[in-house]
Design a protein around this ligand. Structure first.
Ligand SMILES: N=c1c2ncn([C@@H]3O[C@H](COP(=O)(O)OP(=O)(O)OP(=O)(O)O)[C@@H](O)[C@H]3O)c2ncn1[C@@H]1O[C@H](COP(=O)(O)O)[C@@H](O)[C@H]1O
Length: 110
């Protein structure tokens, strides 16, 4: 298992965003703003889905990395920390996804 984790990438994103460096994709996304960053996140999500459905494992790994990086950029722009998301996930542990869904009000997908 690699020692690299999402919190290390979160710190890199924060540092590169602060740098304002003209050669930094992160800094460029930050100055472009949430709409652009969220659009990139959506594109990476679609590319990840395509890789998964087509059974392309190599592309799935690569697109997943793009997806997680752009997701962290969007979180940072929104002022949401990885810790916030991890706490939410931790709060869900031990509860079946189906039980959680049943406890929700019916939505359009139900
Ligand atoms: N993990 C990433 C990372 N993943 C993807 N990208 C960039 O995201 C951009 C958009 O990706 P796309 O595949 O959509 O590229 P594209 O040119 O639009 O190509 P297509 O639309 O044709 O597919 C590319 O420029 C990628 O290089 C990333 N840019 C930065 N990081 C991390 O952030 C660090 C700092 O990077 P800078 O901010 O650029 O210094 C890096 O060292 C990495 O650790």
């Amino acid at each position: 298992m690699s020692g690299f984790d999402l919190s290390a990438l979160e710190a890199i994103v924060a540092e590169r965003a602060r740098s304002g460096d003209a050669g930094s994709w992160t800094a460029r996304l930050f100055s472009a703003g949430m709409e652009k960053a969220a659009q990139k996140l959506g594109e990476e999500a679609v590319e990840t889905v395509i890789a998964a459905v087509s059974g392309d494992r190599k592309a799935l790994v690569s697109e997943s990395a793009d997806l997680l990086y752009h997701w962290l950029v969007v979180l940072a722009l929104a002022g949401v920390s990885l810790e916030d998301v991890m706490a939410e996930l931790e709060g869900r542990t031990g509860r079946s996804g189906l039980a959680e869904k049943a406890a929700r009000a019916p939505g359009p997908g139900d």
